[in-house]
Write a protein that binds this ligand. Sequence first.
Ligand code: GDP
Ligand code: IMO
Ligand code: MG
Length: 460
Amino acid sequence: MPLTYYLWASPSTLLAKCWEIFLPTRNASSSDAGGRFSIHMANTILVGMQWGDEGKGKIIDVLTAGADIVVRSQGGNNAGHTVIHRGMKYVLHLIPSGILRHRKICVIGNGVVIDPVALVAEIDGLRQLRVKIDTNLLISDCAHLVLPYHRMLDEQRELRRGRIGTTKRGIGPAYGDKAARTGLRLSDLMQPIVFSKKLQAKIIENNRILQALGAKPISFRDVNETYVAAGEKLRPYVTNTVVYLHKAMDKGKQILFEGAQGTFLDIDHGTYPYVTSSNTTAGGACTGTGVPPHRMDRVVGVMKGYSTRVGDGALPTEDASFAQMLHNLGREFGATTGRKRRCGWFDAVATRYAGMINGIDEIAITNLDGLDQVDPIRVCVGYQLHGKRLDVPPCDATQLANCEPVYEEVPGWKTSIHRARKFSQLPSAARKYVRYISELTGAKLSMVSVGPARGETIVL
Ligand code: GDP
Ligand code: IMO
Ligand code: MG
């Protein structure tokens, strides 16, 4: 900023500028442990722009270098976020991926649905890998619980016609109870007598449904004992996270909101009914944490250099031989269920729409190295439905399934790129490809990931 700017600026602008100078934690740049990245941080929402598994965990891990707090706002242990660092592989389900970095606070917000037994197991598993979890984890007392009958109902529905291909973690039934106002929350679990009473009524009700579906009833006594015990283990972390986050913001702390799933799995904007049961898009970060929209500074969208989906529902650019090639390389197996992911070409109709819904400011492209040996590379630039060209995905699942992608072909680079650390070190065809798909999506390219490890990242 030139000095003349300060001379001509109004007193209020000057005051604001002084505030920025003396409060360097807001909009500051930070470096990661290795000092290689200079990452501009501010309150940042990170979302998946496709069908989940875009590589959000990896990008969160990189961005956490510049954040103070990492927050999950929706979803549950249906998520599987992979972080690879120093040869170790960590898969996070409920705990924010920021937990792997020193001196960062991780928050599980009110919008997340928590299976307490699964969360205790995740904490124990991370501790075995020498990850420190004590005062660096906070859990909202308003978060809803996933209980065994939710999981069993999910499993039962998946045996029937109209299945979604869920993760069978009980996510849909748990959010269903929340919307029906019959759910149990962590605040209930913190009062064992209240919890037991409510749980008993819920188990009587759900056992009737389970039996009607031909499943075994569940024992109140067993569930009560196991879940109250898990609740006691979680008690030290449970608090009002809304108040915590607001106090942190008042101190100028930087928050990173870690989205789970992806835009086209969003309950409102996704490929309904083949979606998850929460708002996976940027708005979910506000409702799921109690941080209001005007405190959000930017939205980063993560997308793969191609498309993948696990579970049922349309994937317009799906290509079985492309999927086979990726699976042969040992890539694209689900981090939560181990299922083979379906794979297809990059779909700019979808990502452009995701850019709109989420208000994407910056894009991180991951798994570019998955295209190393592909030539030519296909890019979907439009859909064709009953002879008509569409530039946005139709809302109706059957119409979407009938859409024919309109492709353009671009040259591949036919060489390994995982050693590139600067944009200029990428082959020219790879540079052109990422610029092209960012342009089609309509947002600025800020990161390119060329391998699963923290260091295998190009920050532009
Ligand atoms: P998330 O759910 O969005 O966090 O993504 P997942 O962890 O479920 O799946 C992404 C997969 O891609 C994981 O196996 C990551 O380790 C891996 N990954 C992320 N970025 C890259 C990359 O640039 N190259 C390669 N080869 N793998 C990557
Ligand atoms: P991350 O955070 C990919 C999919 C399931 C299914 C649908 C509904 O790792 O990107 P659910 O169990 O939520 O009721 O399943 O959503 N799904 C995901 N797909 N990544 C995820 O999470 C997913 N979480 C749910 O496969 O199609
Ligand atoms: Mg995943």
